[in-house]
Write a protein that binds this ligand. Sequence first.
Ligand SMILES: NC(=O)c1ccc[n+]([C@@H]2O[C@H](COP(=O)([O-])OP(=O)(O)OC[C@H]3O[C@@H](n4cnc5c(N)ncnc54)[C@H](OP(=O)(O)O)[C@@H]3O)[C@@H](O)[C@H]2O)c1
Length: 252
Amino acid sequence: MFLNSKVALVTGTGRGIGRAIALALADEGARVALVARSEDALAETAALVEKRGGTALAVPADLTDPASATPVAERAVAGLGPVDVLINNAATVEPLGPVTGMDADAWTTAFRLNVITPAALAGALAPRMTKAGWGRIVNVSSGIVARPTTMIGGSAYAATKAALEAHTVNLAAELDGTGVTVNVYRPGSVDTEMQELIRREGEGRLDEATHQRFVRHHTEGTLITPEHSARALVHRLAGDATGRIWDVADPA
Ligand SMILES: NC(=O)c1ccc[n+]([C@@H]2O[C@H](COP(=O)([O-])OP(=O)(O)OC[C@H]3O[C@@H](n4cnc5c(N)ncnc54)[C@H](OP(=O)(O)O)[C@@H]3O)[C@@H](O)[C@H]2O)c1
């Protein structure tokens, strides 16, 4: 229970990896603020946290608007107290498709959700963490940054996650020595709705070999569970490492 008495804010907690991270943090004693758009999904996650003896607060918000960051942070602090742990997990894999004919508005939305709002949340919450002399910020990225050609037709997603990682390492240097660590987490290929969307929507939008590989990962059962990925992340929060690119496959 190394997070006893700590408060965490996790985005994208209505399902998938974010929900599993919220539960893993609650298992370590943290009180957890839950953020996503679907109030019903957040209520389900909150009920799961409470069933395990934890405390959760649902903060519904659409994070494609970076202006949501300050009110989200304030609602979490008002409901649970100063936030010690921020996990920026919510993201979109859209728009899928070739760059020829790209929808610039959809790219802008992806950058807002995947890069700008995570930075804005860190900006809103880091001052309290540095004042306390302890904090943990993690930005959930993707292995696509190391291997961009593994998802041909996923150029927007690759670009947002590369930008997120550059921001993360830069912010780690900015906060170095404050007690606040800032790290990237690449969660692996995880059996979630995002994978389902890629299998369903990717045909004809991703290149064929890419789409087939995503289908194969599912049929061959090589996807890992959200719980596996979440536990591998939460264990890492006990250490003081900062500016790292963590991958689920790497030894902790
Ligand atoms: N699954 C994988 O294999 C995989 C691989 C590499 C990286 N990742 C990364 O891991 C993270 C989690 O992925 P996942 O697979 O768990 O995704 P997911 O199943 O699609 O879940 C995404 C969560 O984010 C929320 N969300 C989406 N858009 C939002 C918005 N505009 N405002 C607020 N919340 C929003 C969703 O809830 P609402 O729709 O209700 O808002 C949901 O709770 C993402 O950063 C993803 O890029 C996943």
